[in-house]
Design a protein around this ligand. Structure first.
Ligand code: 0WD
Ligand code: CA
Length: 418
């Protein structure tokens, strides 16, 4: 029910139409979710805190977020950028790839080329938000002219700038039982920037990856190569090199309740048919997963994998996933198209399953929590939000520290007139 006592159902797509009157269906932020960190018990939401700024922790308990689906506007693509084989930034779509329908009995060997035709991105280089910031600077006047028209307060006209992947982690937090996260937040010219910081546990996991696990990480990229062509009329080239430096990223703008979001996400490919819709609706996410042989495996796929797949594609408005199911030797045994709007139906027979509304409400309230906590507008200040499974979200404050992530070229670039 909404504040007027009417039942509010999310539309089948989950997105709200732009023209809809926002005042009526904007979700109001319920301060009951914010709990002071000195609260000795975790079982129930604490009573209303007397002042928002005294809130030190945010609960991630699922039950607290079982409310009507918040307003989530249909994401609009405002631009895109490309990273080439040497990870150089280009303010254009040169790295876009085109989806080519797989044969009904695909003959894809995902292990092919791992030893001799694989260039792996150096992930010890922490890029933080740099590529997005570069895109913002390159498109500053375009963004600012939209703001002038809307006369809203942040210089950029958005409340939050981040990677899509960071938002995916927030969406899945109420259901995550294994991996925690660290998110650095900086308020600069009225816009909140969120950038992930690697946790100790994740650093150790990366270090201790087995050879088998490292090879399996390649399988997803190899699958992309079997299904993607470099231009409209070409065919995929499975004999080529897989280079994970290359990326095409969409930049979308949307609104989650009262939070205006600008984020970027890597897109695998687009539909090349003559009737394909405009971006982001033409984009297709490619995934691989282990072949499903038992009811238990199917249930696990629904409960865990589909949660992550849904969150990642729902956020930027990518409507479908093409999944390749593979055997333990990396041979693709079949492919399937999964429509994001159908995922909630696929999971509805699972007992005690995840709920899209919990994911979206948690993300929304996390952003409100960050807004109440981060008051000082300065690129030199970082609030580090930290979460571990079965705990509340808490934070620490760092001034002029190594956590600072807005580079001087960005701070200066934003200061100068266009
Ligand atoms: O430095 C960091 N901490 C981060 C860097 C965190 C998040 C993202 N990135 C970079 C990635 O390298 C990539 O270029 O941002 C870009 C993608 O951002 P995103 O779309 O927000 O990230 P996400 O949704 O987590 O991943 C999308 C795709 C992945 O597809 P699958 O189907 O596996 O989810 O981006 C790719 C991957 O194809 N990707 C990466 N590629 C190389 N190295 C990485 C990575 N570390 N992470 C994601
Ligand atoms: Ca993918």
């Amino acid at each position: 029910m909404d504040q007027h006592g009417r039942k509010v159902n999310p539309p089948p797509s989950g997105y709200k139409n732009h023209r809809r009157n926002m005042d009526n269906d904007t979700l109001s932020v319920n301060p009951k979710r914010f709990r002071p960190s000195h609260s000795p018990h975790r079982a129930d939401p604490a009573p209303l805190s007397s002042s928002a700024s005294s809130c030190r922790a945010l609960s991630t308990r699922r039950q607290l977020y079982e409310k009507p689906f918040p307003v989530y506007k249909q994401p609009v693509e405002v631009g895109s950028f490309s990273l080439d084989s040497e990870r150089r930034f280009f303010n254009d779509a040169r790295q876009i790839r085109y989806f080519v329908e797989p044969p009904s009995r695909p003959d894809f060997n995902l292990r092919d080329g791992y030893k001799d035709r694989f260039v792996k991105r150096d992930d010890s280089i922490k890029e933080k938000l740099d590529h997005i910031l570069r895109w913002i600077l390159a498109n500053k006047s375009k963004l600012e002219s939209r703001v002038a028209a809307a006369s809203s307060s942040p210089a950029l006209g958005v409340d939050v700038v981040t990677w899509r992947g960071h938002l995916t982690k927030l969406l899945t937090t109420p259901y995550e039982t294994r991996e925690g996260w660290l998110l650095a937040a900086t308020l600069f010219r009225g816009t909140l920037y969120l950038s992930e910081v690697e946790t100790e546990a994740s650093r150790r996991d990366t270090e201790n990856r087995t050879e088998r696990h490292q090879e399996m990480m390649y399988w997803g990229y190899k699958f992309e190569q079997y299904l993607c062509a470099e231009d409209m009329k070409a065919s995929p080239d499975p004999g080529g090199v897989v280079n994970t430096n290359e990326a095409f990223c969409t930049v979308v703008q949307t609104k989650l309740a009262d939070h205006k979001l600008l984020f970027s996400g890597e897109v695998d490919c687009r539909d090349r048919g003559p009737k394909s819709p405009a971006a982001p609706a033409c984009y297709i996410e490619l995934k691989t997963s282990a072949e499903i042989c038992t009811p238990k495996q199917r249930s696990n796929f629904h409960r865990f994998k589909l949660l992550k797949w849904w969150a990642q594609s729902f956020l930027p408005g990518v409507p479908r996933i093409v999944a390749g199911f593979r055997d333990p030797d990396g041979l693709v045994v079949g492919t399937e198209t999964i429509h994001i709007s159908q995922i909630s139906h696929l999971i509805k027979n699972e007992y005690n399953c995840w709920k899209p509304t919990v994911c979206m409400n948690f993300c929304c309230e996390f952003l409100s929590f960050v807004r109440t906590v981060v008051r000082e507008d300065s690129p030199r200040v970082v609030h580090l939000f930290s979460w571990d499974p079965h705990q509340d979200v808490t934070y620490t404050v760092h001034r002029d520290s190594s956590y600072c992530f807005l580079p001087p070229w960005y701070v200066e670039g934003m200061g100068s007139p266009h």
